[in-house]
Every structure is written in C-alpha cells, then in structure tokens.
Ligand binder design. Structure first.
Ligand code: NAD
Ligand code: WQD
Length: 336
C-alpha cells in the first residue's frame, strides 16, 4: 500500500516525503510543478537513499487522478497541492478557487470512487480570521480575509460536510501556523519564485545578498517590540505531525481540525536578531508601514495535537534559523 502525496515536490511536501521514506512508507507523489521542481526529488533521494514514485499531473485533471488510483494501491492521501500566495490570490482569485477548491473536490471525488477515505489536509491558521485573540483554539469561530484564506475555509467546510455524510471517512485538517526552517542536511528547503512574500525567505535572501534590505511591516503594534508576532514552526516538526496524523486516522472517524504550532510567539525583530546572531551576517532593515491585512499577534494553543496525535514541536527557534541559514547559504539560488 502507498500513501499519495499531492504537492509532494513543494516545500512542506518534500520534507514530509523524507520522513515517510525514512519510515519505509511507499510514497506516490502527484504534483504539476506549478511552484516546484523535480530537483527536490533528487535531493530527497540523496537524503533517504530511497525513491518516491513521481507522477506529473494536475489534481484538477480527473482522468489523470483516476489513472493514479488505478495504477497504485493507495491507502490514504496527504493533500498539500495548492496555490498559497495571499497577495496573488487577491489578483487572480478565480485561479485560487479553481486550483484549490475545485482541485480538492476532484481529488475527493476520485478518492470516493476508489473507496480511499483517509485524508490529511493542509489547512492554515489563516482560517481563524482577524477577530479571535491568541492563543487560537480549534473551537474558535473561523473566517477569512482574502481569497487564499477563503479557499482553505471552504475546503474545511467541504471536508466537514463530507465526513458527516459518510462515516467511513477519516479526515484530519492540520492548521499550520508559520512553517520555516529546512532539513538539517541543507539539501532541501523553501525555494520561492520571485520576491518572497514571507518573512524568513526574505530575511535569508537579504543575508545572502540577493535582496538589499528587509522592510519591517510596522513597529507600532501592541507587542513586545511593536513588530508582528507569529508562531513559527520548524518544517521538519510539521512534517512529523503529518506522520502522526496518518497514524491517528484509523481511530479518528469524522473530520477533525488540529493546530500545528509551538504555542510560542516571536516578533519580527526577534527573528532578525536571531538570524544575525546565527549567520553572523548583518540584516539591514527599514521600518515601513503596516502591511494591509496583518494582525499584531498570532499563536496557537497546541494542546489538541498533543492529546489527539501525541505530537508536539521539538525544534526551537535556534534550530529553525540555523537550518534555514544552512539551506540558504549552501543553496543561494535555491534548487537552480
Ligand atoms: P509549495 O508551493 O511549496 O507546495 C505546493 C505544491 O503543490 C507545489 O509543489 C505545487 O507545484 C503543487 N501544486 C499546486 N497546485 C497543484 C495542482 N493543481 N495539481 C498538482 N500540484 C499542484 O507550498 P508549501 O509551503 O509546501 O504548502 C503546502 C500546502 O500547505 C499548501 O496547500 C499551502 O496552502 C499550505 N500551507 C502552507 C503554509 C506556508 O506558510 N508554507 C502555511 C499554511 C498552509
Ligand atoms: C510574518 C510577519 C509580517 C514579510 C502568511 C499567510 C498565512 C500562512 C503563513 C499559508 C508578519 C512580517 C513579513 C516582510 C515583514 N500561509 N513581515 N516583512 O503573514 O503571518 O502568514 O504565511 O497559509 O496564511 O498569511 O507570514 O511570513 O508573511 O509574515 O515585516 O517582508 O513578518 O508583517 O508580522 P504571515 P509572513
């Protein structure tokens, strides 16, 4: 039996594939390479000494997805495939709704057809919207502030409805906080196209000289130093949460949303200072106006993951930044 990993050549997917291969799980990856390259597959093989089966296909292509399920004995799916840039989603919302929401419906349809009813889904802390106060708890009301967030919220609604309609489904929706870091080997890591939107890829590209300086979006928030506070989570810890979730599916019918965070908040300037300390490189920055849509503080209550999955984050901020720096300094241009 194999696990199907959609989006498995991407940032979080590739780290999860490493951990799955390390536990001798057979893995089939489906990715359309919209935001990744097959170079990550070579690196995954270099790290693990094992190979995943790779199929270049789009999850929106129902016939192609049927072929995948026909050709492989799939026991369950970890569904990472999706577009994820918040700003871009406000420019081309239809692409986001099509790719993320319609693509997921196609995937679920085909899973239903082949009677594969175990799913772990990549959700996001973005579903908590802007009206809840951290620590964010799974029972809080959800909302979305941009099309990307809407797609995650819509998919969660679809998953809850599906699980309600058919008791054979077991679904875990993992709500990631802010994934950063890279594999300790320095061989795989985050490889964004163009100018990064997220803090850590931006800081690390400043550190290697690809970008001139960081813009710190606001220093007048009600936080420890006025800059935004987030719950950064090491991508390898996040990958391991997926293995725990897959293991928990058989005893967890229905659809369950679970936070994946550390429960700790770190400010932008704390990140910058930690990065400077570890890399021994200066990170020039300038304070700029707040970024529209940002909120002051976001961090998880991380209890449920511990209770239900037996998972908790084990890597601290030093590990996260050291691993980010190793990846970026050894691969200044990513996989290129
Ligand atoms: P990523 O872009 O590196 O990986 C996503 C992968 O999905 C890419 O390899 C891309 O080529 C593939 N893909 C996109 N649309 C596809 C389609 N229609 N068919 C097949 N493959 C397709 O992103 P990531 O950071 O690894 O994120 C993985 C998942 O986690 C996404 O669903 C994202 O929304 C979610 N998520 C990410 C973050 C984050 O900050 N990175 C936070 C919360 C949730
Ligand atoms: C972190 C902090 C910024 C860039 C986003 C998505 C969210 C989820 C994770 C997918 C904030 C500040 C950033 C910069 C800065 N993705 N910042 N200068 O906004 O918490 O979450 O990624 O689901 O949906 O919205 O992450 O890394 O963009 O920002 O000062 O150049 O860094 O203001 O305080 P965010 P981020």
């Amino acid at each position: 039996m194999s696990l199907l990993i959609t989006g498995g050549t991407g940032y979080i997917g590739s780290h999860t594939v490493v951990e799955l291969l390390n536990t001798n799980q057979d893995v089939v990856i489906v990715d359309n390479l919209a935001n990744s390259s097959t170079k990550s597959l070579d690196r995954v093989e270099q790290i693990t000494g094992k190979k995943a089966t790779f199929i270049k296909a789009d999850i929106c292509d129902k016939e192609a997805m049927r072929e995948v399920f026909k050709a492989h004995d799939i026991s369950g799916v970890i569904h990472f495939a999706g577009l994820k840039a918040v700003g871009e989603s406000t420019q081309i919302p239809l692409s986001y709704y099509h790719n993320n929401v319609s693509g997921t419906v196609v995937l679920l349809d085909v899973m239903n057809e082949f009677n594969v009813k175990n799913l772990v889904f990549s959700s996001s802390a973005t579903v908590y919207g802007e009206n809840n106060t951290s620590p964010l708890v799974e029972t809080m009301p959800t909302s979305a502030t941009n099309p990307y967030g809407q797609t995650k919220l819509m998919i969660e609604h679809i998953l809850f409805d599906l699980a309600k309609s058919d008791p054979d489904w077991s679904i875990i929706s993992l709500r990631y906080f802010n994934p950063i870091g890279a594999h300790a080997s320095g061989l795989i890591g985050e490889n964004p196209n163009g100018i990064p939107n997220n803090l850590l890829p931006f800081v690390s590209q400043v550190a290697v000289g690809r970008l001139k300086q960081l813009q710190v979006f606001g220093d007048d928030y009600d936080t420890i130093d006025g800059t935004g506070v987030r719950d950064y989570i090491h991508v390898v810890d996040l990958a391991l949460a997926h293995l725990k979730a897959v293991a928990a599916l058989p005893k967890l019918p229905g659809c369950t949303a679970i936070n994946v965070g550390t429960g700790n908040g770190t400010s932008v300037l704390q990140i910058v200072n930690k990065f400077k300390e570890i890399s021994k490189v200066d990170i020039p920055y300038q304070i700029s106006p707040r970024r529209p849509g940002d909120i002051a503080t976001v961090f998880a209550e991380a209890k449920l993951a511990h209770e239900v999955l037996g998972w908790q984050a084990e890597r601290d901020l030093t590990d996260m930044i050291s691993d980010t720096w190793r990846w970026q300094s050894e691969n200044p241009n990513g996989f290129e």
